[in-house]
Structures are given as C-alpha cells and as structure tokens.
Design a protein around this ligand. Sequence first.
Ligand code: 1GP
Length: 250
Amino acid sequence: NKVLSRIQAFKNEQKKAFALLIDPDNVDELQCIELIHLAESAQVDFLFVGGSLITGNNLSRVVEIAKSISQIPVVLFPGSSLHIDTEADAILFLSLISGRNPDFLIGQHILAAPILKRSRLEILPTGYMLVDTGKQTTASFMSGTTPIPYDKPAVAACIAMAGEMLGLQLIYLDGGSGAEKPISPQMIQAVRKSVDTPILVGGGINSAEKALQAVRAGADVIVVGNAIEKDPSLVLEIAQSVKNFVPSLL
Ligand code: 1GP
C-alpha cells in the first residue's frame, strides 16, 4: 500500500502533498503530455485521473500516457464502477458519506469489488464528502445527493468522525470541480480537529493563496484540477507553495 502509506507519512511528518487532477474529458493527448511533464518538474506527488461524469473515451489513454512518461503515482478518482483502469497504481474507493444514496455509499463498490480484487490496484478506502460551494456541481447532481451546507462545519466534522469510525482511511472534502469558492477554512479545521485520518481537500482551488489557506486549516493533500487545466503554468506555483509549507509553531 504505497500510496496510502505515502499520504500517511506526509501527515506524520507534518508535510503537505499536492495532487494534480486530470479530467480525461478536458485534455487532448498533447495537453495531457504537457501537463504531466509540468507535474514532473513541479514535483507533484500524485496524479489523480477521473471525474464524476466521463463522456469521452480517454480515461485509459490518460492513465497509459501518465504511466509511460512519469514516475508519479496514478490514482483513479472514479465517478462510478465504470471508471476503472487496472493499469493505474491506486483507486480512491470513495464512499459518498455526506449523501444518503446507497448506490454511492456501497452499491457501485459491490460492482467494482471483483474487478478490483483481480487487479493490482491499491485500494484507498475514502470517506468522500461533497460540500455546497454555491452552485450545483456535476458530482452532487450525478450522485443524487445533497451536499453539506457551506457554513455547517459541525455537520462535516460529525460525518468525518463517523467515516473514520467505520474504518475509512482517508477523508476527502470536495467542493466540486470548478467551484466558485473553495471549502471554508472553518470547515477544514473542524474536520481536522475531529479525525486523525489524512484529509484531502479540493474544488475551486485556483491560486497558491487558496491552497495555502486550506493547508493552514489542516488539509494534508491539496487537489487541483480545473485551474491548472486552464493555466498549466499554475501547477508550479501552487505545488511549490503547498510542498514548502511549514506549519507555524505558534
Ligand atoms: C474536484 O476536487 C476536485 O473533484 C478538484 O476541483 O477542478 O475545481 O480544482 P477543481
């Protein structure tokens, strides 16, 4: 379990990790290659590949390109059991614990289980929590779930606690791809105080400052997709500020 232990090591050493999310629908082959080269030079820690809805046929190609030109671990970020590619290194096995849709709590997982069992993919049991950041996201629409209200950190904290008690190894707070604003530092802090698992935070992080706000609040892994797909040069700036973060002793 290399990816999970790497994420746990980051947390234990009080370091922060950076994951670049590539949505296979948003890049062509050349853009994908360029992004991955930039990710290598920015020392990105993980390449996440996926999205809640994939309309094209590029998932496997993105994984193949990533595996052939880069050493960065490739982690699937699936929207359903259809989004599995056994050539990746790991899969976020997301249980959508902020929602009440059994299909995304356990149903898709049952469909995926025999395929995953036969594969060499590392399984990352993850409590996935969608947060309302202003407008309805594809993730909440596609999953048919109500996201956590933006200004209810206590709700998020209790959901994360329950997820940890169920044995989930990671908590992923997601404001949705291209969110107008990222998840509030207050909510990240409340979750940080409530669980010991590493916390991933993504959605609407489009600057180094917003990434820093999330790590200061207690995020362990910052996930950025949209902003870097639009302006690939941002990857260096955001990754460096996350990875050079030193927690204040005060
Ligand atoms: C969305 O957390 C990811 O699921 C990343 O969001 O594309 O807004 O960076 P962005």
